[in-house]
Write a new protein. Structure first.
Length: 145
């Protein structure tokens, strides 16, 4: 941000020096009209019009970024409130249900050569791993092509 401000000030200073050194009178044709003004004025007006067009062009992106930020803040507030709600429950309500021997699942048999990974219980971790696999697959197919 600071770099962009400094760069903008340097460009503005160069533009002002350039326009002040070019003070000759010139004619500008705009449709049916002919305007006579110093070259410095024409250049400053042109520069200002360019800045204005750039700002107007960036407004939709800035508006969308603001909307995304507000949506993310709302989601964060919702997640924080949902995390705080279980903490308010009593310890008895949080105790896991007891299982009888008949309800206890049988252990899974894993081949000796298989890598044993703990099950992903967190949906976000599962999503992250799926995206990583997709990205690596895309990179691998991109390198082969």
């Amino acid at each position: 941000m600071r770099f962009a401000l400094i760069l903008s000030l340097v460009i503005a200073a160069v533009a002002i020096v350039f326009t002040l050194q070019n003070t000759a009178s010139t004619e500008v044709n705009v449709g049916p009209y002919t305007i006579t003004a110093s070259l410095a004025v024409v250049l400053i007006v042109t520069l200002s019009a360019g800045v204005l067009v750039g700002l107007l062009a960036s407004l939709p992106a800035r508006f969308r970024a603001g909307q995304r930020a507000k949506k993310a803040e709302r989601e964060l507030a919702t997640l924080r409130s949902s995390l705080q709600a279980p903490a308010a429950q009593t310890p008895a309500a949080q105790a896991p249900p007891t299982q009888t021997p008949a309800q206890t699942p049988a252990p899974k048999v894993v081949p000796a050569d298989a890598t044993v990974m703990p099950p992903a219980t967190d949906a976000a971790e599962t999503q992250r791993l799926a995206e990583e696999v997709a990205q690596r697959t895309q990179q691998a197919t991109g390198k082969q092509a």
